[in-house]
Write a protein that binds this ligand. Structure first.
Ligand code: HEC
Length: 155
């Protein structure tokens, strides 16, 4: 009896069932986020997050996503319209808003993009997304002096 329980536990571990709760939640967010990414983002940012020529910035740049972690939720919901520099390339096309995505969906998409394409960050909780969204509101994301960008810095 004991022995078969141990074997069962070992088998479940193979399928990831012995991960802690947070890890499981993160995996779920990544899986859901990937589907949402395909529907809402991939057209522009491409399957592998490479972006498109000089028009669409890449999501493969760990540094930009890390430095701007607390702005990402606002960028997704309200879009973005400012010149940014990633890997020495200036991008200055507006990004469309995604006002229909819920806070939960934004958390899932952000957990996906910050753990795909060579990125590796902590998961985004709904709470973190809500806190971040308080800093933008209906007016959208405006350029503000003092916001860090990685202009000119190579990762
Ligand atoms: C219509 C094309 C388009 C779609 C769809 C789109 N984006 Fe963007 N995205 C852009 C452009 C263009 C920029 C640069 C905006 C600027 O310079 O102001 C950008 C910027 C970004 C940035 C900040 C810069 C960077 O590369 O890290 C992030 C993060 C981002 N988009 C994520 C997403 C996610 C996630 C989705 C799906 C919910 C999405 N985008 C959908 C075109 C798009």
């Amino acid at each position: 009896m004991m022995r078969s329980l141990l074997i069962l536990a070992a088998i479940l571990c193979l399928f990831g069932a012995c991960d802690n709760k947070q890890e499981l939640k993160k995996k779920k967010y990544i899986a859901e986020g990937m589907v949402l990414y395909r529907n809402h983002c991939q057209n522009c940012h491409q399957t592998n997050g490479t972006g498109f020529e000089k028009l669409i910035p890449p999501l493969t740049d760990t540094l930009y996503l890390r430095l701007n972690r607390d702005r990402l939720a606002c960028i997704i919901r309200y879009g973005m319209d400012e010149a940014i520099t990633i890997n020495g390339q200036v991008y200055n096309q507006p990004m469309v808003p995604n006002e229909k995505l819920t806070d939960m969906e934004i958390a899932e998409i952000l957990t996906y993009i910050t753990n795909a394409f060579g990125n590796s960050q902590e998961m985004f909780t709904i709470r973190e997304v809500r806190l971040a969204l308080q800093s933008c509101g209906e007016a959208g994301v405006e350029s503000e002096a003092g916001i860090e960008s990685n202009a000119g810095i190579q990762p």
